[in-house]
Design a protein around this ligand. Structure first.
Ligand code: RAT
Ligand code: ZN
Length: 426
């Protein structure tokens, strides 16, 4: 049997394995692209530099007493980007993970990350065309499929789907039906459904159950969604207590679970986001909080015919989430979400997941809001995955176990693509 150079085999396997990116906020070009107003596909230097993670960071340096939030939001996109570039990249060292990500992206595109102004980058990006640029990014990131997030309660996006039914059709992209308001704000979700012609009532009377099911099925079909997703607050509970919790319980039990089971679709639960702690920061104003793991266990055991894709935002939840996945085959843990997508935490969480779950999880999703971010998010993730896997294979090789490069390639394929694809039956 060949004697494998573990470091070499892991590095080659991780670099050459195409990734199926299971959660992003990127769109097909048919949704319109920045800088066209209303375009949902965000890309290019001004979008990269004004990523909401960086808006939060620039407000640590130039506080709202110097630049009131309202004044920031009144600036043009280019002025906002200039402000952030000046304060985070020129006057300070761009050492945070979100800053480093911009540098990695610029470097991977063959540009010099030492520019003092954004002009040279703007010139380079203005020569790119969104659709070809998607190919460039996918090639550089070695991503074979981009999963969108498609919030049906967003009026702008919904109207695009309604007026351009083929808007999601692009072999590079898959759609996901995102329905947060159905658990975060049931009464106003019901108001909207009523306006859209569904015979629903907030107290579940009459045809509500059938009609909300019809709404979900119609949108799953329209989008050809590969799963249904929700971001949930830290205080999400199943079952939810008291009379107040009854609507949530009924929605999950009588509507969502049957629809998902019937269609063979997982429910992606992203738990632990506390929204708009500082609303002046808009997308940058959300925070994280500890979630309840028992609720996930309850769902997995009470709905054995359903599949659950789960990520949690709080570091404190990661160990118990792994332990729960050991109990339930219908639970696939994924990603190091949002504030966890930092090298130290990704490394720590990935090591723990391998130790508890072997290769039966999905280490990461990019969560790219701006297309180009896929380049850095995956470059950084690949580096960490290599480090962790080299250690783990070295540990088992120390027992005399003979690992082959074929086994390494298979494991890497499971982690970076096939666990997710198998879970959604694709
Ligand atoms: O990571 C982010 O960009 C967040 O603002 C959210 O979009 C989060 O990932 C979500 O999907 O709710
Ligand atoms: Zn997201």
């Amino acid at each position: 049997m060949e004697r494998v150079d573990i470091a070499q085999a892991v590095t080659a396997a991780v670099n050459s394995q195409p990734i199926t990116d299971l959660h992003t906020h990127c769109y097909t070009p048919k949704f319109g692209a920045s800088p066209t107003p209303g375009g949902l596909l965000l890309w290019g230097i001004d979008e990269l530099v004004t990523y909401h993670y960086l808006i939060a960071e620039v407000y640590r340096i130039v506080p709202s007493s110097h630049l009131p939030y309202a004044d920031y939001w009144k600036m043009s996109k280019q002025q906002q980007a200039d402000h952030i570039w000046q304060h985070l990249f020129v006057e300070r060292t761009p050492i945070s993970e979100a800053c480093r990500g911009v540098l990695t992206t610029i470097m991977a595109l063959g540009l010099d990350p030492n520019e003092k102004s954004l002009q040279a980058y703007r010139k380079w990006f203005s020569a790119q065309k969104p659709s070809q640029y998607i190919d460039t990014v996918m090639e550089l990131a070695n991503v074979d499929s981009i999963t969108m997030t498609n919030p049906v309660f967003d009026d702008h996006e919904r109207s695009i789907w309604e007026t351009h039914p083929a808007v999601g059709d692009d072999p590079r992209f898959e759609a996901v039906l995102r329905i947060d308001p159905l658990l975060r704000d049931w009464p106003s979700a019901m108001d909207k459904l009523k306006k859209w012609g569904y015979d629903v009532r907030p107290d579940f009377s009459g045809n509500t159950v059938d009609e909300v099911r019809r709404f979900l099925c119609e949108w799953v079909d329209r989008m050809k969604a590969i799963y249904i997703a929700m971001s949930l607050p830290p205080d999400f509970r199943y079952p939810a207590p008291g009379n107040k919790g009854e609507a949530a319980n009924r929605f999950i039990r009588d509507i969502l679970m049957p629809v998902c089971a019937d269609r063979g679709l997982p429910w992606a639960m992203m738990v632990g986001s506390r929204l708009q702690v500082n609303p002046d920061l808009r997308d940058a104003g959300d925070m994280s909080g500890k979630a309840d793991i028992e609720s996930v266990a309850n769902l997995c055991s009470q709905f054995p015919n359903n599949k659950f894709l789960v990520t949690m935002l709080a570091l404190e939840n990661q160990h118990e989430l792994c332990v729960t996945a050991r109990k339930f085959g219908n639970l696939l843990v994924f990603g190091c979400w949002w504030f966890l997508n930092n090298p130290t935490l990704v490394e720590h969480i990935t090591r723990m997941r391998i130790e508890l779950l072997g290769t039966t999880f999905v280490p990461q999703h990019s969560d790219a809001r701006i297309l180009d971010q896929m380049i850095y998010k995956w470059k950084h993730t690949r580096g960490i995955l290599q480090k962790v896997l080299i250690d783990k294979y070295t540990d088992i090789a120390a027992t005399g176990f003979k690992i082959t490069s074929e086994q390494i390639c298979n494991d890497v394929a499971l982690l970076m693509r096939d666990n997710f694809r198998n879970f959604i039956d694709r």
